[in-house]
Every structure is written in structure tokens, then in C-alpha cells.
Design a protein around this ligand. Structure first.
Ligand code: 2AM
Length: 499
């Protein structure tokens, strides 16, 4: 009896396989919240590292395993095992390694940035052996994993019930609860995380454009930029990304004069979730121009050598004349205030696009996503965490069927209040030859969406002329086709010229 009790006490509440940075930190977080955890990694040294850290942090309840069978058997049934390995085939390999020892009712939770259809395939595959599956978005980077991430679990609701208590304690905590909720069936957790990352691309691009305008049109120094972003972080823009941006401007270069930011190669890396977001938007006929602009900007940033050559070519032919570049006698304070407003309004447009993409996918897949709740679980822990997400949550609570965030009465008022500043910033940037693709795309999105009549009538006429695609009329029902070319010829006789 006694030894059975001792063995039972040694059994872990949960397991985690894959001990790279995210896995290690999440395992320590879970252990620190008082849940005994077993950990495993293909390569033994990472198990040792994790055990070492658990000891250093005061003997957290974490046990290391070097053999997958021992690992699985050390976990209490029904077992819940989080895996944090590279997306794609490493996930399939890890599942195969563990599944041999799992029993019906046990669950695998993939915490990687996985393509949602892979999760849906795996749900079907493991269900043949009675196993449950969850695809869980985890955001917040290394620090979030260790101290409280935003968690987006989707898949088996039954399996979610088994780990709800663990996730609720491990997730970041905000005023209205832990940053975790059951997202929905299938691959919805991965999909929501993917769109979160797409929105993150947009936010980072918009901030980079604000920096570009302030630095290259307004002439702000790094010290002034640091102060500006720190100040913005005390107002409506308060967010993790604005905060870290303020910090970045203050870091000096250890190898030379000035600040480190100016020594960093202007080539942005990426891992694919932003591209997937834009591809999905196109698949679902959802306009996501701000997110697409941020993706395009990353692609163009990658062409460093071509851009250097272009810079040389255009300087030679004299494009960088008087008209371009820094404005003389600019009022820095007024510019900073305008850019702040342009950034905020642009951000609303970008979130509107991401939310509409989520809703379209939810309708297609029957996921029943709760957009207000998604905004809530992004309030803490994750990279896009921001005070402003509480306002998004409230907008969807006021009206869950809101067609677009921009037309929520509060956001609509805010857009109108900021539009003059927003237009000034985009106009100034265009004049100065400083590209602001994200802010411009957001403004065009706003200006397109808010107009009851667009020039699409002319496109329809063209389509009908060359392809007999037919058109509808504004004043009577039905679809119409016109012999445009014939009628145009006939009327040419009587036509005059522009004067
Ligand atoms: P490793 O330490 O044995 O390389 C990030 O690379 C994490 O994914 C690491 O923990 C790594 O394990 C794991 N990983 C990558 N490919 C894997 C595979 N095919 N099987 C198991 N784990 C893998």
C-alpha cells in the first residue's frame, strides 16, 4: 500500500516534450504553478538543462525523462502531453514516438505554430487509437512562456476540460481573467494564433513607419524617439510593442558610437505565419491590405543589395532632388502628435481586417469563434497585448455581429477624430518620398469601406464590354448585358471633345 501511494505521488499531472527555449520555459512555468510535470526531449542534454534550471529555481516539481516510455508512464491518466517541437514533420515524429505508449482518452497538445490543416489531419489520425488532440497557439515568446503566455487551445473539448485548471494558472492574468479560453473545434486554435501573428506583423510595420516618418521627415534623434515612444506608452497606444520600441532606442552600441538600432541590417526575417494569414485572407475574399503591406515590406526589405543598387541608379538620375527627404522647419511636436494619431487609426483598420478574417473562417468551418473573447485573451501575455484590446472586446460585446470594427460607434468616432492627422502624415510621407505602405493601406481601407459608392461601376462596364460578364443596375433588379462597342461607335459621330 505504502509503495503504491508513493508511486502515485510521483506521478505527474502533465507532460511536456520538446525542450527548446519555449518548451523549457513553459515547463518551468507549469511546475512553478504547483503542477508536477514530466519532461522529455529527443536529445538528452536539453533534459539535463531543464532539470538544472528547475533545481536552481528552488526545486520545482519537475522530473526529467530520457526514454519516451518512462516519460509517458510517469504521467497520470488520462494523460495530457504538450509537445513543443518544430512545426511540420517533427510533430508527426514526436506523436509517433509517444503514441505507442499512450492509451485511449490520453491527449496530445501541440503548442507550436502549426498550419491548422495539419492539426485537423492529426486529430483524425490519432482518433483511430482513441487519442484526443489539441492544437494550441502559444504567444508571448520566451518571457511569456515562463511568466504567463496567451494560450489559444482548439480541438478536443473533452481534453480541454482535463487541463483547464493548469492552463488557467499558467496563462497570463488580466483584470478579466486568465488569457486562455477554449477557442473551438479542429484547428481553430492554430488558426487564431496565425491571425494573431498576422496582426503582429501589421503592428510592427506600422510602428516602423511611425519611426521612419519621425526620423526621416521630422529629424528626431534616437533619444527623442525613445522619449516619444515612452510617452505614447502612457496613452491610448499603451502596449508591449510600443514599450519595447521605446527601450530599443535607448540601447547603445557596444562596438562603436551611437545606438545599436542604427547598426542593425535592415532585412526582416519571417517564419511563415504572416504569409499564411495573407493567403487565407485571399482564399476567403477578405481584404487585409495592412497585413499584406507588412508582408510585402518584409519581402522588399530582403532585397538589400537590389535596393542599394536602385538607390545608386536613382541618385544618378537625380530623383532625390529638393522635393524629397526631411522637411525644413517642421514642428516636431505637432508631427509627433499627428503620427501618434495616424498610428492609432491605422491599427484599428489592421485589427478590423484580422477580426474579419477570423469571422469568415469561423463561418466556413462552423467554429463559432467569439471575437470579443479572443480580444480579451490577447490583452495579456502575447506580443500584441495592448490596452486597446479591451476596447475591441467591448465593441464585440456591444454587438457580436458588428460588420467591421471601424463602424462600432466608439471606434468610428475615434477614426473621425484622427483622420485629419492621419491624412497629414500619409500626405507628408508621400511628399517626402518615405514609404508608409501600412498606414497608406489602412487609410485606403478606411476610405474605401466608408464610401457608399465606388468606381466599381466602371470595372463592371469594362468586364461586360470585353467578356459579356453582365452587370446589375442601381435602379432596377436583374442582370444586364450591353453591346457597348456597337453603341459607342454609333454615338461617336455626335461626340465632342474635352474642352
Ligand atoms: P532536439 O533537441 O532533439 O533537436 C526545437 O528544435 C525542438 O524540436 C527541440 O526540442 C528539438 O529536439 C525538437 N525536434 C526537432 N525535430 C524533432 C524530431 N524530428 N523529433 C523530435 N524532436 C524534434
Amino acid at each position: 500500500m505504502e509503495s503504491a501511494a508513493a508511486a502515485a505521488a510521483a506521478i505527474s499531472r502533465i507532460g511536456l516534450a520538446g525542450l527548446a527555449v519555449m518548451g523549457q520555459n513553459l515547463a518551468l512555468n507549469i511546475a512553478e504553478k504547483g503542477f508536477p510535470i514530466s519532461v522529455y526531449n529527443r536529445t538528452a542534454s536539453r533534459v539535463d538543462d531543464t532539470l538544472h534550471r528547475a533545481r536552481e529555481e528552488g526545486g520545482l516539481p519537475l522530473t526529467g525523462h530520457y526514454d519516451p516510455r518512462d516519460f509517458v508512464l510517469s504521467i497520470r491518466r488520462p494523460r495530457s502531453i504538450i509537445i513543443l517541437v518544430k512545426a511540420g514533420s517533427p510533430v508527426d515524429q514526436t506523436i509517433a514516438t509517444l503514441a505507442r505508449f499512450l492509451e485511449p482518452g490520453d491527449c496530445i497538445i501541440d503548442g507550436g505554430n502549426e498550419w491548422y490543416e495539419n492539426t485537423e489531419r492529426r486529430i483524425a489520425e490519432v482518433s483511430a487509437s482513441g487519442l484526443l488532440y489539441i492544437g494550441m497557439g502559444v504567444s508571448g515568446g520566451e518571457d511569456g512562456a515562463r511568466n504567463g503566455p496567451s494560450l489559444m487551445p482548439g480541438g478536443s473539448f473533452q481534453a480541454y476540460g482535463n487541463i483547464q485548471d493548469v492552463l488557467a494558472k499558467v496563462a497570463a492574468q488580466v483584470d478579466d481573467g486568465p488569457c486562455v479560453t477554449y477557442i473551438g473545434e479542429g484547428g481553430s486554435g492554430n488558426f487564431v494564433k496565425m491571425v494573431h501573428n498576422g496582426i503582429e506583423y501589421g503592428d510592427m510595420q506600422l510602428i516602423a513607419e511611425a519611426y521612419d516618418v519621425l526620423k526621416n521627415v521630422g529629424g528626431l534623434s534616437n533619444a527623442e524617439l525613445a522619449a516619444t515612444f515612452a510617452d505614447w506608452n502612457r496613452g491610448e497606444l499603451e502596449s508591449f510593442l510600443i514599450e519595447i520600441t521605446a527601450d530599443i532606442f535607448g540601447v547603445r552600441d557596444e562596438f562603436g558610437e551611437g545606438e545599436l538600432v542604427d547598426k542593425i541590417l535592415d532585412k526582416t526575417g519571417m517564419k511563415g505565419t504572416g504569409k499564411w494569414t495573407v493567403q487565407q485572407a485571399a482564399e476567403l475574399s477578405i481584404a487585409a491590405p495592412t497585413i499584406a503591406a507588412s508582408l510585402d515590406s518584409r519581402y522588399l526589405s530582403g532585397l538589400k543589395e537590389e535596393r542599394e543598387e536602385a538607390d545608386r541608379v536613382f541618385k544618378e538620375v537625380g530623383v532625390l532632388g529638393e522635393a524629397l527627404g526631411r522637411k525644413r522647419g517642421i514642428d516636431k511636436k505637432a508631427l509627433v502628435d499627428d503620427v501618434r494619431q495616424a498610428l492609432y487609426a491605422s491599427k484599428i483598420c489592421s485589427y478590423a481586417q484580422g477580426m474579419n478574417l477570423l469571422r469568415a473562417k469561423s463561418t466556413e468551418k462552423g467554429w463559432n469563434l467569439n471575437l470579443g473573447e479572443l480580444a480579451r485573451i490577447w490583452k495579456g501575455g502575447c506580443i500584441i497585448r495592448a490596452v486597446f484590446l479591451d476596447r475591441i472586446k467591448k465593441a464585440y460585446e456591444r454587438n457580436p455581429r458588428l460588420a467591421n470594427l471601424m463602424v462600432d460607434p466608439e471606434f468610428a468616432r475615434e477614426m473621425v477624430q484622427r483622420q485629419a492627422a492621419w491624412r497629414r502624415v500619409v500626405g507628408l510621407a508621400i511628399e517626402a518620398g518615405i514609404s508608409t505602405p501600412g498606414m497608406s493601406a489602412s487609410l485606403a481601407y478606411f476610405d474605401t469601406y466608408r464610401r457608399a459608392r465606388l468606381p466599381a461601376n466602371l470595372v463592371q462596364a469594362q468586364r461586360d464590354l470585353f467578356g459579356a460578364h453582365t452587370y446589375e443596375r442601381v435602379d432596377r433588379p436583374g442582370s444586364f448585358h450591353t453591346e457597348w462597342t456597337k453603341l459607342a461607335r454609333e454615338s461617336k459621330a455626335g461626340a465632342g471633345s474635352l474642352n
